[in-house]
Design a protein around this ligand. Structure first.
Ligand code: VAH
Length: 316
């Protein structure tokens, strides 16, 4: 029986990934690792600990006889700029802890990279899989280091570690957090509650984005692919669509016609301007059959409908 450890189990991706894995492999096949403030209605195996504590991780893997780790615990881009040391410890040392344990115990590992790995010298349109990568954010530096670590551990130790470069991800289960693309979640909450929103970016700041359900499907799909199909051991480009704050506003207006919007760029504009505007993910499509299923219109309808339901039920 598969025994999976998900770190960052109650973060933005983990909150959707854990129930998906429980559904697929059984509730008792998944160990959800997070901080002590986990949702009280969570059903399943929960462990509380720090990703920087390698002794704790080793004991956890042995205690539950883990064979697969989805290592999702991370600081996002804005938090990484606020606390670069913390970002290095969680995003890089945390990953190296997982890779060291996995190589000893011969585990399979999934680790999320991001389009944030790219920098201003990377071609911004249809960014290729192999291209100049010079990130100018601490988050991006951590992702570049992480991709190189994954590549090295595969080449040196034969570790089966797999990764995708997520675009900005939108979900309706978790609140907006400290990320450069998180405005695209927050706008729904503010539009429904207040019918107004100030975007912390210029109106034409186009970034690659994806609905969380597509990202989860890609995550499970790459991990289930035969090993011989996985040709990239740094991290695969992954894409669905790109939009700007103005594009998103025009979509949301169909649901909130009297939404008032303004654009006031902040320090995160510099981060967004260093990232690609569109991604070439043809190698993921060729190697392991990746194909997005949700359009921007379907994303907006799902986000609006589900967030409105939460607000109508008293969500703050
Ligand atoms: C962030 N949502 O904004 C993340 C993501 C591509 C951006 O990695 O930091």
């Amino acid at each position: 029986m598969k025994k999976i450890l998900v770190t960052g189990a109650f973060g933005q991706i983990g909150s959707e990934l854990v129930p998906t894995l429980q559904q697929k492999y059984g509730e008792q096949s998944v160990v959800a690792m997070g901080h002590s403030n986990y949702p009280k209605d969570f059903k399943g195996i929960f462990e509380s600990g720090e990703i920087t504590d390698i002794k704790f991780l080793k004991e956890l893997v042995a205690k539950h006889q883990i064979d697969t780790i989805f290592h999702m615990a991370a600081y996002l881009s804005v938090k990484s700029e606020m606390d670069p040391q913390g970002a290095w410890e969680v995003n890089v040392i945390g990953l190296k802890n997982v890779l060291d344990i996995a190589k000893e115990a011969k585990l399979q590992v999934f680790w999320p990279s991001s389009i944030a790995v790219f920098g201003p010298t990377t071609p911004r349109q249809n960014t290729p899989q192999i291209t100049p990568i010079e990130p100018t954010t601490m988050y991006g530096v951590g992702k570049l280091t992480g991709e190189s670590l994954c590549h090295y551990y595969h080449l040196k130790y034969g570790l089966d570690v797999r990764s995708v470069r997520y675009p900005g991800l939108l979900d309706y289960k978790t609140p907006p957090s400290l990320g450069t693309t998180e405005y695209a979640k927050e706008i729904f909450w503010k539009a429904i509650k207040e019918k107004k929103y100030t975007v912390p970016l210029k109106a034409d700041t186009t970034m690659p984005m994806m609905f969380m359900l597509d990202a989860i499907r890609a995550t499970v799909s790459i991990m289930e692919a035969p090993a011989e199909k996985i040709k990239i051991r740094t991290s695969y480009n992954l894409a669905a669509f790109s939009f700007s704050p103005e594009d998103l506003y025009n979509q949301i207006k169909k649901f909130v016609p009297d939404l008032v919007i303004e654009y006031k760029e902040t320090e995160i504009q510099k981060i967004a301007d260093s990232w690609p505007q569109s991604i070439d993910d043809s190698q993921a499509r060729t190697d392991w059959g990746w194909l997005p299923q949700y359009s921007l219109e379907q994303l907006v309808e799902a986000m609006y409908t589900n967030i409105k339901k939460q607000i109508d039920n008293g969500a703050k």
